[in-house]
Design a protein around this ligand. Structure first.
Ligand code: ATP
Length: 260
């Protein structure tokens, strides 16, 4: 079930380096939020803080809160593994397990999440549902036993999306999911995002302004004052407003290609 995200006063550190400072934002369920901004402003770092992937790096930590339907993901006693089960992630490069079959790739996340006792017939249904959901079923239904690496890049990325949705998360985070893909595969993923937002809360980092404008409901612009300075959320609004009449000059300069 899609859930809302409320981030409050979030600072994100790598050791003593504060990479992101003071982010407060709300993300509605069943919407697509795009995060844009120049290289190094902390978009990926921020995204990883939304499912506690950031802290897998030694010395990395956050302060502030990230609420998922009101529950603080950083609260005492919250298991980060369970957080990642509820908040799934798709990465820049498609990363299926290369020697594992297409079928096993889809169920990999479920197996890690205690799905071992699930009966074969039920598992088959989940695999079909996830592959249907990722718009990949028709292309792979006759070769589910072939390795994940036998698919094209665009198909592999949809396989990774199927793997992410097979565990029925509440939120789907996507870090430049199309940057390694050709234009046709990119459009397939964008269409897919539009369908997925009926069931999920989606947050996407993208360098592609047209993509942000095409797919997202709201856009957040991050920026940095200079090297070594923390990234900050400068402005966040309806995507149509951000791309037509942003409130901050730096947003307009970035969107119109004057820097970054
Ligand atoms: N593992 C790490 N250890 C230390 N510093 C890091 C690490 N990863 C990122 N940083 C630093 O954190 C800051 C934000 O990086 P991040 O990758 O989040 O930016 P970004 O906006 O996603 O950039 P890009 O658009 O180039 O991917 C940068 O100064 C970067 O050098």
């Amino acid at each position: 079930m899609a859930k809302r995200i409320d981030v409050k006063d979030l600072d994100i550190y790598y050791g003593s380096f504060r990479a992101v400072e003071g982010v407060t934002m709300s993300i509605e369920p069943r919407s697509i939020t795009a995060l844009i901004g120049p290289s190094g402003c902390g978009k990926s770092t921020f995204l990883r803080s939304l499912n506690r992937m950031h802290e897998v790096i030694p010395g990395a930590r956050v302060s502030g809160s990230v609420l998922l339907d009101g529950q603080d993901l950083y609260g005492a006693g919250i298991d980060p593994v369970s957080v990642r089960r509820h908040v799934g992630m798709v990465f820049q490069r498609p990363n299926p397990f290369p020697t594992m079959s297409i079928y096993e790739n889809v169920v990999a996340g479920m197996r890690l999440n205690g799905g071992r006792g699930v009966r074969k017939a039920e598992m088959d249904g989940i695999v079909e549902g996830a592959l249907q959901g990722a718009n990949l079923w028709n292309e792979v239904k006759d070769r589910l036993d072939r390795p994940g690496s036998s698919l094209s890049g665009g198909q592999q990325q949809r396989l990774c999306i199927a793997r992410a949705i097979a565990v029925k998360p509440d939120v789907l985070l996507m870090d430049e999911p199309c940057s390694a893909l050709d234009p046709i595969s990119t459009l397939a993923i964008e269409d897919l995002m539009d369908q997925l937002k009926k069931d999920y809360t989606i947050v996407i980092v993208t360098h592609n302004m047209q993509q942000a404008a095409r797919v997202s409901d709201r856009t957040g612009f991050f920026n940095i004052a200079g090297t070594g300075k923390p990234g900050k959320l400068i402005e966040m609004d309806e995507t149509s407003t951000m791309f037509s009449t942003p409130s901050v000059q730096a947003t307009e300069d970035y969107i119109s290609g004057r820097f970054g």
